[in-house]
Design a protein around this ligand. Structure first.
Ligand code: ATP
Length: 235
C-alpha cells in the first residue's frame, strides 16, 4: 500500500530523515518506535505531505505521492491523527466530526461512518454538543481518531495516541486501534514511545535512531530482541 524509498527530509539545514526505506502492506498494523527526537513524527509528516521530502520517493498504491499537498492525500485515503490531537477546541464534537468529512459528498456514507464512530466511542455520542476543548485528554484522543475516520482513510497514521493518558484509557485506545484495523479494513501506521503496547498489537515494526531505520522485523521478534528490550521496553 505504501512504500518509502530512500526518503530524506530536513528542517532548514538540519537533516532529520536519512534514506528511510519502509513498506506497509494492506491490512497491516505497522509500528515505528524510537527515542525522543529520533524522527518518528517527521516520518509521519513526510508521508502526509506536511514536511517536504528533499529526495527519495513515497509511493501510495503504486502512485508517486510525495509532491502532493495534504488535502489531496486525505482524499486519496491517507489520514493522520497528529501528536497532541489538535482537535478544534471551540467547535463541538459534532462539528469536529463534520470537519473530518469536509472533502466528502457521499451523504449516506458519511451518515454510516458517523454511526460507526459513535459505536466505537459511545462517550462521543453523549457529548456531541460539547465543545471539543472541554473534553478530557482521553476523549480528545477519541475525537481526533474519530475525526480522521470520518475521512474514511485506507491508511490511518497515528502519532503517539497514548501520550499523556491514564493506563486504563491507553488500554482502551489500543483495543480500538485493533478493532478499526480488523473490522473496518483500515491499515494502520502507529508511531509510539510506548513500544511495549505498540508491539503487542502490531504485525511488524521498524526502529528509528537519529533519523535512520536501524531494525525492521516482525513484532514478535522485536519483543524478543534483547537490544530492543533494553532500549525501549525497560526490561
Ligand atoms: P518525539 O517522540 O519526542 O515526538 P520524534 O521521534 O517524533 O520525537 P521528531 O518530532 O520527528 O522526533 O523530531 C526529529 C528531529 O527534528 C528533532 O531533533 C527535532 O528537534 C527536529 N524538529 C522537529 N520539528 C522541527 C521543526 N519544525 N523545526 C526544526 N526542527 C524540528
Amino acid at each position: 500500500m505504501l512504500e518509502l524509498r530512500n526518503v530524506n527530509a530536513a528542517y532548514g539545514n538540519i537533516q532529520v530523515l536519512h534514506d528511510i526505506n519502509l513498506e506497509i502492506h494492506t491490512g497491516e498494523i505497522i509500528t515505528l518506535i524510537g527515542a525522543n527526537g529520533a524522527g518518528k513524527s517527521t516520518t509521519l509528516m513526510a508521508i502526509s505531505g506536511i514536511v517536504a521530502v528533499r529526495s527519495g520517493k513515497i509511493l501510495f498504491e503504486g502512485a508517486s505521492v510525495h509532491k502532493l499537498p495534504p488535502e489531496k492525500l486525505v482524499s486519496m485515503g491517507i489520514c493522520q491523527v497528529p501528536e497532541g490531537r489538535h482537535i478544534f477546541p471551540a467547535l463541538t464534537v459534532m462539528e469536529n466530526l463534520d470537519m473530518g468529512a469536509f472533502l466528502r459528498s457521499d451523504t449516506e456514507g458519511i451518515k454510516k461512518d458517523l454511526e460507526y464512530v459513535f459505536d466505537l466511542f459511545p462517550i462521543l455520542a453523549d457529548r456531541r454538543n460539547q465543545d471539543g476543548g472541554t473534553l478530557s485528554g482521553g476523549e480528545q484522543q477519541m475525537l481526533a481518531m474519530s475525526r480522521a475516520l470520518m475521512a474514511r482513510p485506507k491508511l490511518l497514521l497515528l502519532d503517539e495516541p497514548s501520550m499523556g493518558l491514564a493506563p486504563l484509557i491507553i488500554k482502551q485506545i489500543f483495543e480500538i486501534i485493533q478493532k478499526i484495523n480488523k473490522e473496518h479494513n483500515t491499515t494502520i501506521f502507529l508511531v509510539e514511545q510506548n513500544a511495549n503496547q505498540a508491539l503487542h498489537i502490531a504485525d511488524r515494526g521498524y526502529v528509528i535512531e537519529n533519523g535512520v531505520i536501524t531494525i525492521s522485523d516482525s513484532a514478535e521478534n522485536l519483543l524478543k530482541n534483547q537490544d530492543i528490550q533494553k532500549a525501549y521496553l525497560g526490561i
